[in-house]
Design a binder for this molecule. Structure first.
Ligand code: FES
Length: 98
């Protein structure tokens, strides 16, 4: 076994879990669009090697979803829509001045 420092300063976990109809789930509330938007913006800002966006299964907070958890901060963003993605990223990385 080897161990080394993690190459990413942030891990952004986006729950894509889906549950049967009538049960709350991030996937059922459109979290794939959130993950896709987050990945695109990370790439567009040249942060791919710094911030890792990872699609996950259930984070245990289904009623609050779509959920994104950021580590090592331990911040939970809930009820996230694709339109919220720039604000999430801006919290950690200042947008480039135009
Ligand atoms: S379905 Fe996303 S937290 Fe459970």
């Amino acid at each position: 076994m080897n161990s080394s420092p993690c190459p990413f300063s942030k891990m952004m976990l986006v729950c894509l879990n889906e549950r049967p109809a009538g049960e709350p789930s991030c996937g059922g509330r459109g979290s794939k669009a959130v993950a896709d938007a987050l990945k695109k913006l990370v790439n567009d800002r040249g942060l791919k090697g710094t911030i890792r966006v990872t699609k996950t299964h259930c984070l245990g907070l289904c009623e609050l979803g779509p959920n994104v958890i950021v580590y090592p901060d331990g911040t939970l963003f809930s009820g996230v829509a694709p339109a919220d993605v720039p604000a999430i990223l801006d919290k950690y990385v200042k947008p480039e001045a135009k």
